[in-house]
Each structure stands twice: as C-alpha cells, then as structure tokens.
Design a protein around this ligand. Sequence first.
Ligand SMILES: NC(=O)c1ccc[n+]([C@@H]2O[C@H](COP(=O)([O-])OP(=O)(O)OC[C@H]3O[C@@H](n4cnc5c(N)ncnc54)[C@H](O)[C@@H]3O)[C@@H](O)[C@H]2O)c1
Length: 330
Amino acid sequence: MRILVTGAVGFIGAHVCHALLDQGCVVSGLDNLNSYYDPALKHARLAHLEARPGFDFTARDLADAKALDGLGPFDVIVHLAAQAGVRYSLEAPFAYLDSNLKGHLSVLEYVRHAETRPFLVYASSSSVYGDTTPAPFREDARCDAPVSLYAATKRGAEMLSESYGALYDIAQVGLRFFTVYGPWGRPDMAYYAFAQAMLENRPITVFNHGDLMRDFTWIDDIVDGVTRIALAGPDGGNGAGRTHRIYNIGNNRPERLMDFIGALETALGLTAEKIMTGMAPGDVHMTSANIDAISADYGFEPTTTITDGLPRFAAWLKAWRAGDASSWRY
Ligand SMILES: NC(=O)c1ccc[n+]([C@@H]2O[C@H](COP(=O)([O-])OP(=O)(O)OC[C@H]3O[C@@H](n4cnc5c(N)ncnc54)[C@H](O)[C@@H]3O)[C@@H](O)[C@H]2O)c1
C-alpha cells in the first residue's frame, strides 16, 4: 500500500510513518519543517525515518495549492500537517488559516482530482468541543462554540471535508485527537514544558490553579488507531456507506492535571516548584473522549496509563537533552 503522510516529521506524523513502514507500506512523507518549535527535533525525526527503506520525503508547504502536484498515486493519505497549539493562535492567527484551512483544502483538491482516489484520514482535535459540551464528549455534539482560533480552524477543516464528501464522494475519516503525549513529543505542549522546567530547576506555571482535566493519550495508542483506520479503509465497520465519518480518538480516562504532574514528578525523580495561576485564554476546563464509535467500528482500545507512559517519555527526554536519542523507541 502506498501512503502519503503529511506533517510527517511532526510528533504524531513521524510515529505514524514508522508504524506504517512496520506494516510493510511504502510511505511518502511531506512537511514544511516550519520553525514553530525547534526544527532540530523535526530534522532528528526525519533522520530516523530516512534511515528506513520504503520511506521518501518531500519538503513542501500545503498552503500552496499546488503543493501535492506530481506526487502519488497513493492508496491512502494520512493528513496530519497543521499549525497546532491553542496559545500560539492568539499570536499568529494567519498561520492557522494557512496551514489548517488552505492546507486542508489543498489536500481535498488533490484527492478530488486524483485519477485513483486515495482514502483520506485527517487530524482534527478535541478542542472543537469548546468549553460547554457535556463530558464525555460525543461526536454528535454541536461543536459550534470554539474558544480558540485553533479550534475554529480545526472545526472549519471538518466542514470543508463534509462538503467535499457530499460534493465529490470522497471517502474520509476525521480523527479528533485528545492530548497526545510520548517520546519525540511536542515541546510547546504543557507536559513537555513542565518536564523541561523541572529538569532545569525552573518553576512550572499551573493554569486554573491545577483545576483542569485532560484525556492524556499515549502516542502508541493513537498510532495504533490511526494505522488501523488507514489500513482498514472507510468500511472498517459500521461506518460503511458514509463518505465522511468523524471519530474521537482518546483515552477515555481523563486525569486531573495535578495527578498528571505528580506522575511526571515521579517519572523524572524530581519535585516541581509550582506557580499557581488563573485560566489561560483559549483553554478549556476538561477534555474527555467517548470512544464508543471508534471502538465499535475499528476495534480501537487504548491501553497505556500515565504511570506506564510518563517514565518512557522521561527516558526519551533525558536522552534527547543529552544529545543521545539514537534509538527511536523508548
Ligand atoms: N499532539 C496532540 O495532542 C494533538 C491534539 C489534537 C490534535 N492534534 C492534531 O494532530 C496533528 C499532528 O499534531 P502533532 O502533535 O504531531 O503536531 P506537530 O506540530 O508536531 O506536527 C505537525 C507538522 O505539520 C507540519 N506543517 C505545519 N503546517 C504545514 C504546512 N502548511 N505544510 C506542510 N507541513 C506543515 C509541521 O512542520 C509539523 O512537523 C495536527 O493536525 C494537530 O492539529 C494533535
């Protein structure tokens, strides 16, 4: 199977590429290697991928409508490229329109005009549920009150997919990811920033005085779900017959932020100095996934708890900071 992965040197994308290569797929990765966070991390992920047979890489920006010209054919596209992060959308709003809406449309247009239509699996986000959806979040919630521009662009991309599904009969699955963590993770995410601060003896800033809950999902559980769907196709189960389906993909075990910080302290063998502060703009109080649909249709079952996952993240982070992340798996 020939698969295009966009955002291939991002956190989730790189792990998905490895998993698809493990399954014997031929994988083309695409990414614009932007500097939203340390590009050295993206280049290191790329080096691990380029060492593997069956992988090739193209550096392009999906905001360019012609970014995918000349690539393919592909059986599947796993579209993960995006401008991520809730807080940065307050500073750089146009980056979100470019990557998350124009970029999404570039992919849809490519699929629409492709001679053999690839099946499209794309990333959305739990942030589309905003701060008023009752937990645990179900896919049929209205999702019309985003509290960040990031969330608005992710919901907008879902709407673009819905319209293209109806207009052009494009088979698609959208996945609403819930806070993903693990080795080779994203430095802008709170768990990573907390760990860096602890290792550097700096205090951590805990928003909403720690009264937040997150459905933290271990990277391998997410990757298992993404690859299952990519390989099974749109007719993986009850979804048969619908051109566009959206699923939650999360852990359905929300953790209190303070418990998560405690588990991170244990994993690192350190105690954090905590500065307690108010709610951050654009943030939500709780994320919690109802995963009945993806479990029924694709057999998705996350298994990793934070006490299993965080020590593996901590081992990777220490190795990476020591300039010794020569292995991909931790
Ligand atoms: N990590 C999470 O917890 C989480 C939660 C919800 C949703 N998501 C979504 O999952 C996907 C992957 O997230 P991630 O955590 O791996 O983020 P990431 O930032 O590590 O990866 C995204 C990659 O996309 C690339 N990219 C951005 N804009 C691009 C463009 N215009 N053209 C080409 N490449 C571009 C970036 O360089 C980056 O390598 C994103 O769509 C994100 O919105 C992630």
